[in-house]
Write a protein that binds this ligand. Structure first.
Ligand code: AHM
Ligand code: MG
Length: 335
């Protein structure tokens, strides 16, 4: 079927039956995320106009200042998913603990849990740089009819049934996978409709962009330092181009389109790295693999890691297949 002018709503309905566990519940869930994304997009776009910038005066569990828009995006996503009674549990980067969803009508009957980073890269908000929402969906492990428990959330990334992100950039896009490739939809703000603009997205096998916070170079381990030097050497198609927005969703999105590698390594100051396994790395790793790329946390595939806690951090390297494989050669030299 032609992809011309296809809306996200149409796409969801058309693909509802191709999903292997299909009962319509996942489609409703993606629809709810679509709705919340539009609401948050509206708030993000008017951020410079109204007085909702700056720290809200609260800190999240990682001890970082929350920006007001983080709080708002968190509320909007949780509210939308809760009101529609389509998930049994939500875990958010902005919440200390997971939330169990139940109602008198529903009695814990829903199958899916959602993990969400409502507004990633929020330090970029007050300088008008792109931010994003990241989401990850699993089937619960515990039986329906009972409240969710921590084990429903602490599943390895390979168990994800869907994952995606919204990038609030020059255009707003929703990009997601249900395990059958990656598709990108661009919002037409005039009418509030997402259109399929990037069908079947793929990382180029090779890339020429490396994205890392090089200000931390001195603290990186030798394998990463050597790989960065390799990127900078004059040989073949090198030196590569360095591009780092400091907003994972945007850096990933650009690298997927143009070919590149994103790195947030561990260092002598942050032994676990910075990014969260459940809210950031797993969904991006699922998307990367579905788009012909790779995602590793050092020696291991991100999607194989068994999480131990909700807010666990992990080093993260993700992008074009041959770039990640080359980096892995450097990392294994020192392990
Ligand atoms: P956040 O969840 O607190 O926004 O942090 C995650 C962000 C990523 O989007 C980005 O890639 C990274 O932190 C940038 O960190 P740094 O400023 O240390 O380079
Ligand atoms: Mg984040």
């Amino acid at each position: 079927m032609s992809t011309k002018n296809r809306t996200l709503g149409e796409y969801i309905i058309e693909n509802q039956n191709s999903f292997k566990y299909s009962s319509g519940e996942l489609s409703k869930l993606i629809n709810a995320i679509r709705l919340a994304a539009k609401v948050v997009n509206h708030e993000v776009n008017k951020a410079g106009l109204v007085d909702i910038l700056g720290a809200a005066g609260e800190t999240n569990i990682q001890g970082e200042d929350q920006q007001k828009l983080d709080v708002l995006a968190n509320e909007k996503f949780i509210q939308t998913l809760t009101n529609r009674e389509i998930v049994c549990g939500i875990a958010s980067e902005e919440e200390d603990d997971f939330i169990s969803i139940n109602s008198n009508d529903n009695q814990h009957q829903n199958k899916y849990v959602v993990l969400i980073d409502p507004l990633d890269g929020s330090s970029n908000i007050d300088v008008n740089v792109s931010v994003g929402t990241i989401f990850s969906i699993y089937r619960r492990i515990t039986p329906v009819g009972t409240p969710v428990t921590l084990e429903d959330f602490l599943q390895p990334g390979k168990n994800q049934v869907a994952a995606g992100y919204v990038v609030y950039g020059t255009s707003t896009m929703l990009v997601y996978t249900t395990g059958d490739g990656v598709n990108g939809f661009t919002l037409n703000p005039a009418i509030g409709t997402f259109y399929l603009s990037h069908p079947n997205m793929k990382f180029p096998e090779d890339g020429r962009i490396y994205s890392v916070n090089e200000g931390n170079y001195i603290h990186f381990h030798q394998g990463v330092k050597d790989y960065i030097k390799y990127c900078q050497e004059e040989e073949g198609d090198r030196p590569y181009t360095s591009r780092y927005i400091g907003s994972l969703v945007s850096d990933f999105h650009r690298n997927m389109i143009k070919g590149g590698i994103y790195m947030y390594p561990k260092s002598s100051v942050t032994e676990e790295g910075k990014l969260r396994l459940l809210y950031e790395c797993n969904p991006m790793a699922f998307l990367a693999e579905q788009a012909n790329g790779l995602a590793i946390g050092g020696k291991t595939r991100i999607l194989d890691v068994q999480p131990k806690e909700l807010h666990q951090r992990i080093p993260f390297f993700c992008g074009s297949r041959n770039m990640v494989l080359k980096l892995q050669e450097f990392l294994t030299k020192y392990h």
